[in-house]
Write a protein that binds this ligand. Structure first.
Ligand code: SF4
Ligand code: SF4
Length: 227
């Protein structure tokens, strides 16, 4: 289970600044059970964005947005609605947002923050990973997570050590920031690189104190007891 919560509406409206039309994508998996991106929240978000003056070209809730094959097949009947939108607002965890951004040639905005549950970090069978930082930065990075794609988890740009697209730590590893640069360039979003991003709040990388007594936290701990 990956826990997520919606970002403040003002953050989402900030991501959408300069756009007029948007397609909303929700997730029937963890985001639905988190109450952050299921059918109910997608409908609520549609109303809020319309009240804010946006045209919502369409909505879709897919079983698992972290599964790229499901994203592609789930959007097959929505191609015109997606094409008519300036961007897609993705209401799910960091893995799901990354999977959508890698599957659809469209600007993708994250509507949620993924929260640390105290157990193993967000992983899935695809290549996307999430460190559950609680302050999702994917809007600034073309939908590629800097905490997991960069070997040193740098969040404010590349270290300068990359060589021919490979990380200075290991030639077997693509430089995460070169991937981010190339994705932003392909989506005509290089201006995102000059955005002033708040320094990472490391408190948000930890499980919140109020979560320590919950059954979800206990389940995460038991998941880690292997052997
Ligand atoms: S920036 Fe990365 S670690 Fe943070 S919530 Fe988004 S995907 Fe997860
Ligand atoms: S070379 Fe790229 S991936 Fe490697 S540590 Fe530097 S910025 Fe991160």
């Amino acid at each position: 289970m990956i826990l997520s919560e919606q970002k403040p509406l003002e953050d989402i409206l900030g991501y959408l600044e300069g756009e007029k039309t948007v397609f909303i994508l929700g997730c029937n998996g963890c985001a639905q059970s988190s109450g952050s991106g299921g059918p109910v929240q997608v409908e609520e978000m549609k109303k809020k964005l319309e009240e804010a003056g946006f045209t919502v070209t369409g909505t879709k809730v897919i079983d698992f947005l972290c599964e790229k094959a499901l994203v592609k097949s789930g959007l097959r009947g929505k191609i015109d609605q997606v094409a008519a939108a300036d961007s897609i607002l993705v209401m799910t965890c960091g893995i799901g947002v990354q999977a959508v951004a890698a599957s659809v040639n469209k600007v993708c905005h994250p509507a949620c923050n993924t929260i640390n549950l105290g157990g193993s970090r967000g992983e899935w069978q695809g290549s996307e990973r999430c460190n559950e930082c609680g302050q999702c930065l994917l809007d600034y990075t073309g939908g590629i997570c800097p905490l997991t794609a960069c070997t040193k988890s740098l969040v404010s740009g590349a270290c300068g050590g990359a060589s021919e697209g490979k990380c200075e730590i290991s030639p077997d590893h693509d430089c995460g920031w070169e991937l981010i640069y190339n994705r932003l360039k392909a989506k005509n979003q290089l201006d995102k690189l000059s955005a002033l991003i708040d320094a990472l709040d490391h408190n948000k990388l930890m499980a919140r104190p109020e979560m320590l007594d919950t059954s979800r936290y206990a389940l995460e701990q038991s998941d880690q007891e292997v052997g």
